[in-house]
Design a protein around this ligand. Structure first.
Ligand code: TXA
Ligand code: MG
Length: 346
């Protein structure tokens, strides 16, 4: 299969491109498209054969449920039941935006394989003009996981999608780089109090500010114990894994220099992911992720930096961590996942 890329990242009339995407989707195909978080790989959520193509293209385990993207808040009632008032408040506050809400699903509407074995469904209205225009033109729900091959970092630009899925999908709608850079917050509204299953762009503090108490994973480590039964099934798979082992290290210039020296003495080539200001001349590669302590910039740039490390022949990656302020909690969650929980301490 030839993968076509259409760019809608300009001022032209793009209606032909949207129609092309919608034709493919209505015909049971899959299309990659930008959201404000990461690129998604969409299929019509009411068409089980189409949804099956997502799992095939990604190489994704088919027991991991997909998020359903909708174009307007009113659509929630078509796919979910028992929607609490607190959820309405969250939608008013954060939709469109990087917040996925898990509800009891309305039986018989969304294809069974979107949420295999679950009686819940995760819904989100993305805050991206291209995603919203696509949803409006389609006039239907889009099941869409991140548009990476399973086990790769989520794509934050069309080129990342092409790297992973070239020849496996018919179309990529290119809307430029995504804004947030890490995936949406997944909040289980069927739990009481609601529970954050995956931290993301909408923080625990922001949610608590609207609805009061929320539960969140107590551990910051992305490496889950085997015996722990994670409620967001996606959390049980090794995710965002770079090709070389990645270690999280303190965001301290001299500590990183020292670490690189030590690794060099062991004959290892080292790629470093860190803030713009650091000058680690010893590093074999240095990939910048924005100003020190700027967690939003780090979210935007992290996955791209991990992908760049994959293009080197580094034996090992050191990635400077950050605090949990704002989107920092999500950034550290993903970084520790990529590290499989490993921290470099000499
Ligand atoms: O920002 C995002 O959420 C992106 C963009 C494309 O919207 N999508 C995304 O999808 O990250 P995916 O499939 O890569 O991650 C979905 C996560 C998984 O961890 C999955 O287990 C969880 O959401 N999830 C989905 N539906 C669920 C449900 N009904 N109950 C519990 N967890 C659910
Ligand atoms: Mg994903």
């Amino acid at each position: 299969m030839e993968t076509e890329i259409v760019s809608v990242d300009n001022d032209m009339d793009n209606s032909v491109s949207y129609q092309r995407a919608v034709d493919i989707l209505k015909d049971g195909g899959v299309v990659a498209f930008p959201t404000e978080t990461v690129y998604g790989l969409g299929a019509l959520a009411t068409d089980a054969d189409a949804v099956q193509r997502i799992f095939e293209a990604k190489g994704r385990p088919s027991d991991n449920p997909l998020i359903v993207h909708i174009g307007k808040i009113e659509d929630v009632a078509q796919y979910a039941v028992d929607v609490p008032e607190s959820a309405e408040d969250l939608m008013d506050a954060f939709w469109p935006g990087p917040l996925t809400l898990v509800f009891h699903k309305r039986p018989g509407v969304i294809a069974e394989n979107v949420t295999p074995g679950f009686d819940t469904v995760g819904l989100r209205m993305p805050d991206h003009p291209v995603a919203l225009q696509l949803l409006r033109t389609l006039d239907g729900p889009l099941a869409a996981p991140s548009a990476n091959r399973s086990g790769k970092p989520s794509p934050t630009e069309a080129a990342h999608v092409l790297t992973d899925l070239n020849g496996r999908i018919p179309l990529i709608v290119d809307g430029g780089r995504t804004g947030v850079g890490v995936e949406s917050t997944v909040l289980d509204m069927t739990a009481n109090p609601p529970e954050i299953l995956r931290p993301g762009g909408v923080t625990r503090e922001m949610i608590a500010g609207v609805i009061g108490p929320v539960r969140a994973e107590s551990k910051e480590s992305g490496a889950l114990d085997d015996e722990e039964a994670p409620r967001a099934p996606g959390m049980k798979y090794m995710h965002y894994a770079p090709e070389s082992p990645l270690f999280v290290i303190q965001p301290d210039e001299s500590a990183i220099r020292e670490a690189v020296r030590q690794l060099h003495s062991e004959g290892k080539k080292v790629a470093v992911i860190g803030p713009d200001e650091f000058d680690i001349a010893e590093a074999d590669w240095y990939f910048r992720v924005g100003p020190l302590h700027d967690n939003e910039a780090m979210a935007v740039n992290l996955y791209g930096a991990i992908r760049q490390c994959d293009l080197t022949d580094a034996d090992l990656i050191l990635a400077a961590g950050t605090d949990h302020e704002g989107v920092g909690a999500a950034v550290m969650n993903r970084l520790l996942k990529a590290a499989d929980g490993k921290r470099f301490d000499g």
